[in-house]
Design a protein around this ligand. Structure first.
Ligand code: UDX
Ligand code: UDX
Length: 459
């Protein structure tokens, strides 16, 4: 059966997932008209901005893709209902944060935006519409989406698919252009093939996996849980290495050479961050409890507990090395994003570490090449200031390091591996420290410049 390729698609949610995903689809399928809509007018204005360096999502290569397609077959708009009415396929890519109140607070996903989007689709869609869940959702959300769509006017019909996105931030464009797999879950073969036909423009057929809808929803949660578990596993070993005299890089190499384990995702660090890992595991934990699987819930919950412990542990050991007090001391945070090559700070380990150090009375100078001071202020819940228990953005490493007692490397930005340690150390107050929570600084040079160095996982 030759699948009917959709002519017009609409994506609700112009965020980290919706924006790049739709840009790549528009780029690879010039015959499909793609409109990305969002309630946030400011965000849409930035997607439409002439200056491509101001796109609301920073991803290497994204500006070039947007430059090629925008105005041709890629549009960004706030006219949500109009775009839905015109589309034969609608992607739901709105955010699904962890609930902060009510039943399941702290664990369950808040689905109010998914529900609101489904209601808008039910109201605005015309004729037959394929609705695709792009957001990571708790297993069986499609049932709720279907129930809402089922109340639409006569003359409308819908098919619901799950098509979770596996892109990682910082490599979104590369991940979208060459995905390990594309997962499509659903019951309606025609709808599945219509979506598969889009991806078939650039993804080999054997990488397009068709499953039932629940396997697809759970496939995404489980993939993130397994990845996060590897990070917690290596961080647990890092702590043990520090205590016992082993080196986590050597241990990672030893275990990663086993082809059954593999070398990726074995980098010790300040703990995982990002919008997905913690949220998805807590969601998995909540669902397991719901189904009465206490032991399974407890097993996965431990992955998150170890991650928080790692963050507090790093803040604590900084205080200990600085003679047990950081009150009034000047510490420079190198990096605030949850990983390199993104401006995203959601669940960044830097937030917890910064909070702990501010709580201890430190003055933090925060340097990140892509994160705005306004974002840091929102994350730390306090405006910039001077003196004890405060933080300030720093314009340059020179400015931040002058008179500082320690530098904490928290995000593995390339530029931090090329620091001129002799020049930097000369500006600091002695004894001065480098705490390298990513293991990515040139520690030999730092030591040669007279700094005391702590590196994660080094005994
Ligand atoms: C989000 C979730 O975090 C992730 O779990 C899921 O897989 C995809 O959606 P992301 O794209 O990173 O990922 O979220 P975000 O950057 O917050 O973008 C969501 C966008 O949806 C926001 O721009 C928001 O304004 C928009 N939105 C939200 C709507 O347009 N309408 C709504 O009703 C709700
Ligand atoms: C993740 C998944 O990789 C992706 O498939 C999914 O769609 C969304 O969630 P992302 O959160 O963007 O992507 O980044 P990822 O590269 O997976 O890193 C997550 C966190 O783990 C980061 O804080 C990173 O620094 C940390 N990490 C990763 C480590 O500490 N060590 C590693 O070896 C790998």
């Amino acid at each position: 059966m030759a699948a009917q390729l959709p002519r017009r698609i609409c994506c609700i949610g112009a965020g980290y997932v919706g924006g790049p995903t739709m840009a790549v689809i528009a780029d690879r399928c010039p015959q499909i008209d793609v409109t990305v809509v969002d309630l946030n007018a400011e965000r849409i204005a930035l997607w439409n901005h002439d200056d491509l360096s101001r796109l609301p999502v920073y991803e290497p290569g994204l500006d070039a893709v947007v430059a090629r397609c925008r105005g041709r077959n890629l549009h960004f708009s706030t006219a949500v209902e109009e775009a839905i009415a015109a589309a034969d396929m609608v992607f739901l890519s709105v955010n699904t944060p962890t609930k902060t109140r009510g039943l399941g607070a702290g664990q369950a996903s808040d689905l109010k935006w998914i529900e609101a989007s489904a209601r808008t689709v039910a109201k605005a869609a015309r004729g037959h519409t394929i609705v695709v869940e792009k957001s990571t959702l708790p297993v069986r959300t499609a049932e709720a989406v279907k129930a809402i769509l089922g109340c639409a006017e006569p003359g409308q019909s819908f098919a619901v698919l799950s098509n979770p996105e596996f892109l990682a931030e910082g490599t979104a464009v590369a991940d979208l252009e060459a995905p390990d797999r594309v997962l499509i879950g659903g019951e309606d073969p025609e709808a599945i093939e219509a979506l598969a036909a889009i991806y078939a423009h650039w993804v080999p057929q054997q990488r397009i996996l068709r499953t039932n809808i629940w396997s697809s929803e759970l496939g995404k949660l489980a993939a993130n849980a397994f990845l996060a578990q590897r990070v917690s596993s290596i961080n647990s070993i890092a702590a043990f290495c520090e205590a016992s005299g082993a080196d986590v890089n050597e241990v990672a190499r030893a275990i990663g050479s086993d082809s059954r384990i593999g070398p990726k995702f074995l980098k010790a660090g300040p703990g995982f961050g990002g919008s997905c890992f913690q949220k998805d595991i807590l969601n998995l934990v909540y669902l397991c409890r719901h189904y009465g699987l206490q032991e399974v819930a407890g097993y996965w919950e431990q992955v998150v507990s170890l991650n928080s412990w790692q963050q507090h542990r790093i803040a604590r050991l900084v205080v200990q090395r600085l003679f047990g007090t950081v009150t009034g001391k000047r510490l420079v945070l190198l990096g605030f994003a949850f990983k390199a090559d993104t401006n995203d700070t959601r669940a960044s380990p830097a937030i917890q570490i910064a909070r702990d150090l501010i709580e201890e009375g430190a003055h933090l100078q925060i340097l990140d090449p892509k994160v705005s001071p306004a974002q840091i202020e929102a994350d730390l819940g306090q405006p910039p200031g001077q003196g004890e228990a405060s933080w300030a953005p720093c314009a340059s490493l020179e400015q931040g390091a002058t008179g500082a007692d320690a530098l904490l490397l928290l995000t593995e930005w390339q530029q931090f591996s090329r620091i001129d340690w002799a020049a930097t150390a000369a500006l600091m107050r002695r004894p001065a420290w480098l705490f390298d929570a990513r293991g990515s600084a040139d520690q030999q040079a730092a030591r040669a410049a007279g700094l005391n160095v702590w590196r994660v996982g080094e005994g």
